[in-house]
Every structure is written in structure tokens, then in C-alpha cells.
Design a binder for this molecule. Sequence first.
Ligand SMILES: Cc1cc2nc3c(=O)[nH]c(=O)nc-3n(C[C@H](O)[C@H](O)[C@H](O)COP(=O)(O)O)c2cc1C
Length: 217
Amino acid sequence: MTTTVIRMADRPIWKSGVTLAIIAAICTSLVALTWQLTAERIETNEKEWLERNLQPVLAGLFFDSLITESMLTIPPPHDLPGSGTAIIYRVYAGEAPAAALFVVSARDGYAGPIRLLIGVAMDGTVTGVRVLEHRETPGLGDRIETAKSDWVLQFDGRSLENPELGKWAIKGDNGAFDQLTGASVTPRAIIKAIKKTLIYFETQGDAIFVAVAEENE
Ligand SMILES: Cc1cc2nc3c(=O)[nH]c(=O)nc-3n(C[C@H](O)[C@H](O)[C@H](O)COP(=O)(O)O)c2cc1C
């Protein structure tokens, strides 16, 4: 009986090359297929996560649109707080605009910019404020997080008339808002950013929603 042993050394080099190329092509296709199958799921999960996290700043407001469906990016320069790109989510009740959610940065936090989510109803009142990202000091500036204190909830229902413009400051600066003991730098930055966002909404609010009407034409 004769046994045939195939040894690599006996195969022409091009045959080995073709085999390797086929294996590489199969692996690449498998990776591409897996990516395609998971990418859609990841995008859906991310959207759901964002929707859930945006909801708290719209407390008490009726709306029936998906918040993330109508995003507007505003590249600098702009009149919103922060020097980077600002994001606005437009929220609707039926066809009618209900609110705008702003993702902006308060530039002069104690330890750097503070990323904020600010909801504004069409009548110019604040529907809610949440801190998305910050580097303020634990035990001092970090009380701006709802997990640490209710400080940031005091802006709910406020507007440029309530309190009047000159009173948009902490009580220690003759303003209307509570401060954080031993940490006034952080609250000053946030109050300034909310006020600037409300002024932007007052002057540009209509344009925000006109932009979407033009997009849909
Ligand atoms: C290590 C260190 C960290 C601080 N972190 C903060 C902070 O995150 N936010 C803040 O407003 N002030 C912070 N402060 C205090 C400020 O320097 C400043 O004294 C304070 O904001 C003034 O507030 P007051 O006028 O209520 O005393 C920090 C101070 C030190 C020494």
C-alpha cells in the first residue's frame, strides 16, 4: 500500500498563496457581515439610550415626537454658550413645536467646561437642566449632579422674566438662585450658560424651527 503525504514544500508557492488569499477573503467577509448585523442594533440602542436620557429635561411637557429625530448641529461661531459645536434637538407635539433641547458648554467651570442639557419650552420657560459631563471637584462643584443634590432643579419653570434678567445670579451676587456652599464658581458658570441659552432661544427660537421646515420641503 502506498501512502501519499502532501508536504507544503512539494506544492507550488502560488497554490499556497491562493489558499491564504481565500482564507483571508472568507475572514474579511465574516467580519464585514458581523459588523453589518450589529451596527444597526448598536445605533438603535444608542438612540434609545439618548431618548431615555433626554426625557428628564422635558418633565411636565406634552410631546409626541422622537427627540433624536430632529437634531440640529450649530458649528461655531454661534451665540450659544461654549466655543465648540452646539446641538439642538427640536421637540414636537403633532406638527407644532413644543420645545428645544440644547446641548451646550458652560465654559468657565472651576475645572473646565461643563456640558449641559437645557430644555426650553416654546414660551421661553426652562423645562429642565441636567449636567451631562463635568470635571468639578467631588464634594464641592459636583453637587450640580442630580445624583448628589437638587441644586440644578431650581431652574425648572424659570425664564428671562422669572427672575428678571439682572437677577440671573447666585444669591451671594444679589441674584435669585441658591448657591453651593464653598463652591460659587461652578454655579456662576451654569447660571450664565442657562441665561445665555434663554437669550438665544428668545432671539433665534423661530429660526430653529424654520430650519426644519426648510429641510422637509
Ligand atoms: C482643591 C479645590 C477644589 C475646588 N473645587 C471647586 C469646584 O469644583 N467648584 C467651585 O465652585 N469651587 C471650587 N473650589 C473653591 C473655589 O476656589 C472658590 O473658593 C469657591 O468657588 C468660592 O465660593 P464661595 O464664594 O461660596 O466661598 C475649590 C477649591 C479648592 C482648593
